[in-house]
Design a protein. Structure first.
Length: 779
């Protein structure tokens, strides 16, 4: 286990000394565990609150003929039934394209699509009436397209194909001494946030609306509600104190629920809450895109990749949603940590009659990088080399050889993959354990062990330049206490804690002096989604900017009062230091108030130096890269296919950590979440009806505490970010999700131990017991 962290026991004790860079408890930790943390369903209900439930399409594809409104309206407790026709504005909540009806109109696109909304006096009655969807909806059934493969065969896409090519892959493939090709697939993944989708809309005076929404993107919710209502944005206030997890699932897909609650509240002039049941959440919302791959690779006898060509086919579901940026990120991460001299990638966004897939931690990056990891593993096995060696030989170099250019034209300038891997190999005793495992396997006919190391290189920034901006507000009250508000949202990742640390550091006060408040479209306007792991990079810098403006005004006053120059005034230890003397921060603040000095400020930040040509897929989309590597050891029962991780060693790069405790938490959480995707989380749609049969925890299994590695050693690679990020830290939210690729490849390693030399087992992901048995049978 990890060594215990230095956590302050009592947050009320004034904390002197550095705030940034130290392990601090999550600002809501005590509230989370005591149940005091307010999630949206915990907000005291206003008098007259009504409850909404959605009636879902019973068919994967069809023409909507009619809805028996009379039947629905006469159900007990029902106050209103709303359909697509009730939206005064646009019946659409597509985040990028306008191809996402809020409620079905004309056609039925997937089994589970919301067709009507029941508004009733209580939630149970609303759900019961909504449950009559099967009898209330008349439709003409059409043939559904249920798999990406089938859609690809029909060239049925939500977006035009994307191509990213460097060099002459076809010519180099033909010339390469060795060639391999194959097909492979990885399944999707359900976000499984513990708090399901929820919105609570309260009508305000003069055609205004307050919406409490569990969302990663309050500004977009505001815009989409306004569009659906035919309003101006200033009529809609969206607020989110925290989410019980988002993981990408509440970046765009909170909109449908927000729009329905908003419409109902406005039409009925009553507060309306829409909290979706878990099964409905599964049936209605999309998740991580499953990907199919068709690949070809050419290499030499040392395992150097000379050329590669790959088709990446994502299952997008019925609409585009965020599938374009997800595919763009997949294409920009196929290289992972490797120099691919000649490469062609073709991204196809398949349109199917299923839920519309969306953001999920890594945002396509994992699906891109996983492909090259599997390919390199196959290359190594075909050559009879340790896959580690082949990985190292193909790493991006920083030796002036020119092997540092990504296929999309960004130079890898901050490359630390080689030294990071070297350190991990040492601390994890890879070589020694590799020998032990070989010996173990030779003597153990049924139980087999496997070992693998995989690296991560993950680009940080939104691939769309204009999204890389953030705003913040810092208020210093006359008693010296500080409130910070920023455009990011808190979903458990600790963003508010980090931003509060940054502000406390600037003003030289203890962390207990700073409080973060709910994200609110009336405080910071036009915010980007809290996504792409950029939350603390962007909002931390914006809050720092705001705090510095206040600090400057205070420094001028301090110099006037204490003597010396304003530039020499220092803030620290709850005091202001100038001219060899000091004054308590609170005293200076009080004096500033009487001097009529503005004690609050806004702040703003834009990431410098980014450019991106979306048509050519070329430019500098990332401010910097985050790196990491993991070594996983697994045990596989070759009779049952059962498998488990027995030990995992992780070394992960967060630059100079803002808060090591939170960062290690993010690494551990992402590792276990990615491990779930790689080993146990399996989505099954009925092949004929298109019904998602794994729509609840009874059939869809996410890892529990017991599944996390019993021996789990997570360390941070403590080196400042080369880029001028907030206190030289690096984003941490998503990159570590790619670390557990090592688990999948360790399982493959164990399976390979049962076969002849140089065998390359075909193991699909997730590597469930069934998948492992199939791979074993394939020898
Ligand atoms: N951690 C927790 N506890 N809950 C979450 O929902 N979402 C992840 C990651 N870590 C998530 C999380 C995703 S998908 C992203 S993009 C980042 O957090 C977003 O937050 P950040 O930008 O502040 O890191
Ligand atoms: Mo995270 S998938 O960018 O919300």
């Amino acid at each position: 286990m990890n060594k215990p962290l230095d956590l302050p026991v009592d947050a009320a004790v004034p904390q002197v000394g550095p705030v940034v860079g130290t392990s601090r408890v999550h600002e809501s930790a005590a509230l989370h565990v005591s149940g005091e943390a307010t999630y949206i369903d915990d907000i005291a209900e206003a008098q007259g609150t009504l409850h909404a439930a959605l009636g879902l399409s019973p068919v994967a594809h069809g023409r909507l003929l009619s809805i028996d409104l009379a039947l629905l309206k006469k159900q007990p407790g029902v106050v209103a039934v709303l359909t697509a026709l009730d939206f005064p504005g646009e019946n659409n909540c597509g985040p990028l394209l306008h191809d996402d009806p809020i409620l079905a109109e004309g056609d039925l696109r997937y089994l589970g699509q919301p067709v009507f909304a029941i508004i009733a006096t209580d939630r149970e009655l609303a759900r019961r009436a909504a449950g009559l969807a099967k009898s209330a909806i008349q439709f003409e059934a059409l043939e559904p397209v249920l798999t990406a493969e089938a859609a690809h065969a029909l060239s049925q896409y939500v977006l035009p194909p994307m191509h990213l090519t460097r060099g002459e892959p076809q010519a180099e493939l033909a010339r390469a001494p060795y060639r391999l090709d194959g097909e492979w697939a990885v399944g999707g993944q359900e976000q499984f946030y513990l708090e399901g989708q929820i919105s609570y809309a309260l009508p305000q005076e003069n055609r205004g609306l307050l919406v409490h929404c569990s969302t990663q993107h309050p500004s977009e919710m505001q815009q989409l509600i306004a569009k659906a209502m035919g309003w101006q944005a200033h009529q809609v206030q969206v607020q989110c104190r925290r989410m019980g997890g988002g993981f990408g699932g509440k970046e765009s897909q909170s909109a449908l629920f927000a729009c329905v609650a908003a419409l109902a509240a406005t039409k009925l002039r009553r507060p309306v809450k829409l909290r979706v049941d878990r099964d409905d959440d599964f049936q209605i919302t999309g998740r991580r895109h499953g990907f199919d791959y068709r690949w070809q690779v050419g290499f030499d006898d040392a395992g150097h990749i000379l050329a590669a060509e790959v088709d990446l086919i994502s299952n997008c579901g019925h609409s585009a949603d965020l599938s374009a940026p997800v595919m763009a990120r997949a294409l920009c991460h196929f290289d992972n940590a490797y120099w691919l001299p000649h490469v062609a990638m073709h991204g196809y966004c398949a349109k199917t009659n299923t839920q519309s897939n969306t953001a999920f931690r890594g945002f396509g990056g994992p699906q891109g990088a996983l492909a090259i990891e599997m390919i390199i593993d196959s290359v190594a096995r075909r050559l009879g080399l340790d896959p580690l060696l082949v990985r190292q030989r193909n790493f991006y170099k920083s030796d002036g050889s020119g092997q540092d250019m990504t296929p999309y034209g960004q130079r890898v300038e901050d490359n630390i993959i080689q030294p990071l891997t070297d350190r991990l190999l040492e601390t994890s005793e890879y070589a020694k354990r590799r020998e032990e495992i070989t010996a173990f396997n030779a003597a153990s006919p049924v139980l087999k062990k496997g070992l693998a190391l995989t690296p991560v290189k993950f680009g940080i920034s939104f691939n769309v330049v204009h999204l890389n901006q953030a705003g913040a507000l810092v208020h210093v009250y006359t008693d010296g206490s500080v409130l910070v508000n920023h455009g990011g949202t808190e979903m458990g990742q600790g963003l508010n804690t980090k931003v509060a640390q940054v502000v406390a550091h600037e003003l030289g006060v203890g962390l207990n002096q700073v409080r973060a408040s709910a994200t609110d479209t009336q405080k910071v306007a036009n915010t980007s989604a809290t996504a792409a792991s950029t939350g603390s990079d962007l909002n931390g810098k914006a809050a720092q900017d705001a705090a510095r403006k206040i600090k400057q005004r205070l420094a001028t006053l301090a110099a006037k009062l204490l003597g010396g120059a304003a530039e020499d005034v220092r803030f620290g230890g709850d005091h202001v230091h100038a001219n060899g003397t000091r004054m308590p921060f609170t005293e200076l603040v009080s004096k500033a108030y009487f001097e009529r000095i503005q004690l609050w400020s806004d702040g703003f930040y834009t990431t410098p130096g980014l450019h991106w040509d979306r048509a050519k897929l070329q430019g500098k989309p990332f401010y910097y890269y985050a790196y990491g590597a993991a070594v996983a050891e697994v045990l596989v029962d070759t009779l049952t296919g059962e498998n488990r991780v027995t030990r995992a060693d992780v070394l992960h790069d967060v630059g100079q950590s803002l808060n090591p405790a939170l960062d290690i938490g993010q690494v551990e959480g992402a590792f276990v979440q990615g491990m779930g995707w790689m080993t146990m989380e399996e989505l099954v749609w009925h092949p004929k009806t298109g019904m998602l049969s794994t729509h609840a925890p009874s059939t869809y299994k996410i890892p529990t505490a017991n599944d996390s590695p019993p021996d789990f050693r997570v360390a941070l690679y403590d080196q400042p970010n080369r880029a001028d990020s907030i206190h030289r830290s690096k984003a941490v939210g998503e990159p570590p999700l790619l670390l557990p690729f090592a688990v999948l490849l360790a399982i493959k390693d164990a399976v390979a131990a049962t076969g002849p030399a140089r065998c390359d087992p075909h193991l699909r992901a997730p590597a469930t017991a069934e998948a492992v048995l199939d791979a074993l049978a394939g020898h």
